[in-house]
Design a protein around this ligand. Structure first.
Ligand SMILES: [Zn+2]
Length: 454
């Protein structure tokens, strides 16, 4: 099946919006006869012409070809200086970018590629999903052609930026500054306080066998019976104050995403948002200037009404606690996502942003970018109000033996540093997810602090 959309009017308006956010000017993208695209700027002479390839960039599979372009050989300097992957192409014209009397010709549907990657058209209607019904990295085009660890949309837009600067030297294009965002999915705010008796006993059993922590039994008892009004300071998962203190040292605000529903008895959380200890935690986070958001439950990802209900619950409890925020965002539990159903659910619930889109099994750039951007539904061809905040690194991906299993030492650190530097090179945003209950041991905390500071 092929989608249709590129280079339709809505798709072009969306790309214009993205260029406005990146460059700071209202460029116009016109399609002449479907064979070419023109980028112009009202009030300015000349234009940039692109090849147009709807047959390739309306595809919703991962079987597109890909070659590599030696930008430097042709006199262009991409961020990082490496050859650029060219999704959708078997062969390339030389030179790829040509100067003409009216401006430039680019023999590649560069903006079609940006459209295809950012709209996640590749993921629409897929049946090759993993055990959590997720589109997985191993089936992606980026993985097949080894560019998942590069923000290639940003790299290509940097080349476009250079073309624009030569074509219209009088423009002062918008400059961006590297920044970092940290967020924390609150799957387990307490190790012992909210569990049912059987799960509580299992947790204690685990402490004795795995961690040889016999003293933990006493701790579990104390935590269980002293967490009525606020989380116990003895609770291993109660790392919230520590997290906030570290973020404050770095001058950033942490975002904490709470589960507000139970659609799967084993995979969703044990706590209720209305519990006095959770209410106290919400107030504490808000008072210190950090953010509260939503972590929709396991089976919510295909249902507008379930997500809407969970949003309403979060907003109601926050309102009762006097918590006011300008923006509300979050991330799906287990990173479950179906494009575009989940996206539409976030949009219809009037959420400001979603930060789910990274792969569970591999770190990197699922959306080809580290910049936040307005969402687009590639099926209905609509620009949505919700924004996508791509997830670059999740703690579990680095350390879990089911995923990268890099441990807590240099290998994990080097991976984080490499990805953070890739974001830095394009003046983008590095988005890191670290669960509050994975900051218990010294080695977990050390790796997290390295990741914050590197
Ligand atoms: Zn979760």
């Amino acid at each position: 099946m092929n989608l249709s959309g590129w280079p339709g009017v809505a798709a072009r308006r969306w790309i214009e919006q993205i260029l406005l956010e990146r460059m700071g000017y209202p460029f116009e993208l016109t399609s002449t006869d479907g064979a070419e695209l023109k980028l112009s700027l009202p009030g300015f002479q000349g234009f940039i012409q692109f090849e147009c390839d709807p047959g390739t960039f309306n595809r919703n599979d991962s079987a597109l070809p890909c070659v590599s372009w030696g930008a430097v050989k042709e006199g262009w300097i991409p961020p990082g200086g490496q050859n650029l992957p060219v999704p959708g192409k078997h062969t390339l014209r030389v030179p790829l970018i040509q100067k003409e009397s009216f401006g430039f010709v680019v023999h590649y549907d560069l903006l079609g590629m940006v459209y295809w990657i950012l709209s996640r058209s590749e993921e629409v209607g897929r049946s090759d999903l993993d055990e959590h019904e997720r589109f997985s990295a191993r089936n992606s085009h980026a993985m097949k052609y080894d560019y998942l660890e590069r923000p290639i949309v940003d790299e290509w837009l940097s080349i476009l930026r250079d073309i624009i600067c030569i074509n219209w030297p009088e423009l002062k294009l918008l400059k961006h500054k590297f920044s970092m965002r940290v967020s924390h999915d609150v799957d387990e705010p307490s190790r012992y306080a909210f569990r049912s008796l059987s799960r509580w006993l299992r947790a204690i059993g685990g402490d004795i066998i795995k961690r040889r922590d016999v003293g933990g039994v006493l701790k579990a008892l104390i935590v269980k019976f002293t967490s009525r009004k606020s989380l116990s300071s003895l609770d291993p998962a109660n790392t919230f104050d520590w997290i906030m203190a570290q973020s404050e040292k770095e001058g950033i605000a942490s975002a904490f995403y709470f589960i507000c529903g139970r659609t799967d008895l084993t995979r969703d959380a044990d706590y209720e948002l209305e519990h006095p200890a959770i209410r106290e935690l919400l107030r504490r986070i808000n008072k210190r200037g950090h953010e509260i958001g939503l972590h929709p439950s396991y089976n919510s990802y295909l249902s507008n009404s379930v997500i809407l209900g969970e949003v309403a619950r979060l907003r109601r409890v926050c309102l009762e606690e006097g918590i006011v925020q300008a923006a509300w965002g979050g991330r799906m539990h287990f990173l479950r996502w179906s494009q575009p159903a989940t996206l539409r659910a976030w949009d219809e619930a009037s959420m400001s942003y979603d930060s789910t889109l990274g792969y569970a099994e591999l770190v990197g750039f699922r959306c080809g970018t580290c910049f936040e951007y307005p969402a687009f539904d590639p099926v209905s061809q609509e620009i949505l109000n919700v924004r996508i905040r791509p997830l670059i690194v999740m703690d579990v991906t680095l350390t879990s033996t089911s995923y990268l299993a890099l441990g807590y030492g240099d290998a994990a650190f080097e991976k984080v540093k490499m990805l953070k530097d890739a974001c830095r090179t394009v003046d983008g945003q590095f988005t890191l997810l670290w669960h509050n209950n994975n900051l218990v041991t010294e080695e977990e905390r050390r790796l997290y602090l390295w990741s914050l500071k590197c």
